[in-house]
Ligand binder design. Structure first.
Ligand code: ZN
Length: 283
């Protein structure tokens, strides 16, 4: 198994399995931009597979984690040392979450944001084809981080190139740098992330280098999931202890003629109509 960038990292928590076999048995796959994005956005996939013999979660981090802020015990670290820390933290999460394989492709953010970058495209095309996952988790297309959008865009291109029988059954666009609570309920995909809260806490918690500077991703991620579960329906008792909202991206993968911009903004249009219809009764 070989990827474009010489610093790409391949980690299989179960040393008795080859990387090829670990990728091939993947049923749930997340492709994300940065170290810790997977644990924030695709916990649903991790927990769907946790402890089961016939379901396997695998994670792909596309960037190298360079340029992240450094404070506290990391204050004197060079950029290269910080990349080492982040790579190791991602491996820790893969171990804790019992992932089948963790791939870190080590591309610079600039390469990811370049729509024409052939190296990023080639890596993702090979991974999606070899994994043959049933369920894929991507960044959602209304995210406000351009590197997230870059990973989303390259992933969609790669998925659309798969022959129909190799495409995943479900593709979810998940929240990191923007929630999806603005979508109308009928458009939202409800991902139950309330199970194994101990595991959920540990998975975000291992990324100490990101949290230690004062960004409490651990508390914020748990709080967002709880808030979504509580405010999902006003009358019913909470059905789940935690929810991640997702946009259903499956139609975009299955129909390459669909415009990503139109598809995304149509969600926004339905939200506008919902607000307008409620207010119109009192206007
Ligand atoms: Zn990120």
């Amino acid at each position: 198994m070989k990827f474009s960038h010489p610093a790409a990292d391949i980690f299989v928590p179960d040393a008795s399995v080859t990387p090829e076999a670990a990728l091939a048995r993947t049923t749930h796959l997340c492709v994300a931009a940065h170290q810790d994005d997977i644990e924030i956005m695709a916990y649903h996939g991790i927990v769907e597979c946790f402890g089961l013999a016939d379901k396997w979660f695998s994670g792909v981090v596309v960037t190298n984690g360079s340029g992240s802020s450094r404070t506290g015990i990391y204050g004197n670290y060079t950029d290269a040392q910080m990349q080492d820390v982040r790579r190791l933290e991602q491996r820790k999460a893969a171990f804790v979450g019992d992932y089948s394989i963790q791939l870190q492709l080590a591309h610079p953010s600039a390469a990811v944001k370049d729509r024409a970058n052939a190296a990023v495209q080639a890596d993702l095309t090979a991974i999606f084809a070899a994994a043959g996952a049933d369920v894929v988790y991507l960044h959602q297309p209304a995210d406000k981080h351009d590197t997230h959008i870059g990973v989303f865009g390259h992933s969609l291109t790669a998925l659309r190139q798969l022959p129909p029988h190799q495409r995943p059954k479900r593709v979810f666009g998940c929240e990191v740098w923007r929630d999806l609570d603005w979508m109308v309920d009928t458009d939202k995909q409800v991902l139950d992330v309330g199970r194994f809260p101990n595991l959920a806490a540990a998975l975000v918690g291992v990324f100490d280098s990101q949290i230690t500077g004062g960004k409490r991703y651990d508390l914020a991620t748990a709080g967002r999931r709880l808030a979504h579960a509580t405010y999902h329906t006003s009358h019913a008792t909470d059905q789940f202890d935690g929810i991640t909202w997702a946009m259903d991206l499956t139609p975009l993968v299955n129909d390459p003629s669909l415009s990503v911009v139109d598809y995304t903004l149509n969600n926004n249009e339905r939200f506008k109509q919902d607000v307008a219809a409620r207010l119109a009764k009192f206007a």
